[in-house]
Design a protein around this ligand. Structure first.
Ligand SMILES: [Zn+2]
Ligand SMILES: [Zn+2]
Length: 345
């Protein structure tokens, strides 16, 4: 292995377990930074990436997009970052910076979004990664690296829609799913001053949901409780990816209510159009967040003590970590710490 070789963990084909994989580091573009990775969170999207759920995966595929590490090299046009800075990187590692969305500051909607992933060419389950420095965010000094890692994708994904649609005034918000995204969403919604109801299929999560800041807890299958919240919520944030009773969820929205999807549900959304029209409801998708929101989210999380629950594991156990996420056993996010650091130095 040459001194400059990067050591990562790659799937060689669709759905395959990850195996150690070495590659020559990408050359730095003028706006790029190389980041030596200390931590990387495991997100359900990584698993969908391995399975080519989005039709954009190329193999060998190194997943990982909740990255924290130290800047080890900077391109000559990079400003605001220098070697040694600790940064976080989320799903988006670059954008075209030229399309109508990038020019509006909505880089997450870039027309070339399929090529904007931190995964390209290789992601964060690795000793280092190269991204555009404009998508590497300095972290609050007091924030631990494992907490920051999870905030880079799970955090921004729930913060952006809550900040856009639920901030200001005591909104009634239902968080559907108390998992990796949901347990953070409860904390953000509570900190934004909302009245929060956690809606889960697991009765065992009640105590934890209340601890995260939920004011109420409802079991999805409990039809009586679901009927009691008919026309109650200003906003439902759907963070799950399993099967759902869409009709009873929509019934719980107030007039002008919004159902916001942040999880990629495997289950098609079906609903009664009568309900949607009569109560002027909206179903809205929300994808990560832009660069301004990313910086805001980090300082908001730091100011309000928002932090995920984390299982910390060595990166060499990445397949075990993936298995736990697949089986929905992680409580609530897994972060890998790099026990291969130094491989590319
Ligand atoms: Zn993610
Ligand atoms: Zn663009």
């Amino acid at each position: 292995m040459s001194l400059s070789t990067v050591l990562g963990y790659a799937a060689k084909a669709v759905g395959q377990p990850l195996e150690p994989f070495t590659y020559e580091p990408s050359k730095l573009g003028e706006h790029d930074v190389r980041v030596s990775i200390t931590h990387c969170g495991v997100c359900y999207t990584d698993i969908q990436g391995i399975e080519d759920h989005y039709g954009i995966t190329t193999y060998p595929f190194v997943p990982g997009h909740e990255v924290v590490g130290t800047v080890s090299a900077v391109g000559h046009a990079v400003s605001g970052l220098k070697e040694g800075d600790r940064v976080g990187i989320g799903w988006q590692g670059r954008s075209c910076m030229q399309c109508e969305w990038c020019l509006q500051g909505e880089e997450q909607l870039c027309q070339d979004i399929g090529n904007c992933g931190t995964w390209k060419p290789y992601g964060g389950f690795s000793s280092s990664v190269v991204v555009d420095g404009r998508f590497a965010y300095p972290l609050p000094a007091a924030m631990s690296s494992e907490v920051a890692a999870v905030l880079m994708c799970a955090g921004i994904s729930v913060y952006t829609p809550l900040q856009s649609y639920a901030a200001g005034g005591s909104r009634k918000v239902g968080i559907v799913g108390v998992g990796g995204l949901g347990h953070l969403a409860i904390q953000f919604a509570h900190a934004l001053g909302c009245e929060v109801t956690a809606i889960s299929s697991s009765p065992g999560k009640k105590e934890q949901a209340l601890k995260f800041g939920a004011d109420h807890f409802i079991i999805t299958e409990d039809q009586t409780s679901m009927r009691q919240v008919r026309l109650s919520f200003d906003l439902l944030l759907y963070t799950s990816h399993g099967k759902s009773d869409w009709t009873s969820l929509l019934y719980s929205l107030k007039s002008n209510g919004r159902l916001i999807m942040v999880g990629f549900s495997d289950d098609p959304v079906t609903f009664d159009p009568l309900e949607l029209v009569v109560h002027q409801m909206s179903i809205i998708g929300s994808l990560i967040g832009n660069r301004v929101a990313m910086r805001e989210m980090l300082s908001f999380a730091q100011a309000h003590g928002i932090a995920p629950w984390i299982e910390l594991m060595p990166m060499s156990q990445v397949n075990h970590a993936i298995q736990r996420v697949k089986e929905n056993k992680a409580r609530y996010r897994i972060v890998l710490f790099n026990d291969t650091v130094g491989a590319d130095t």
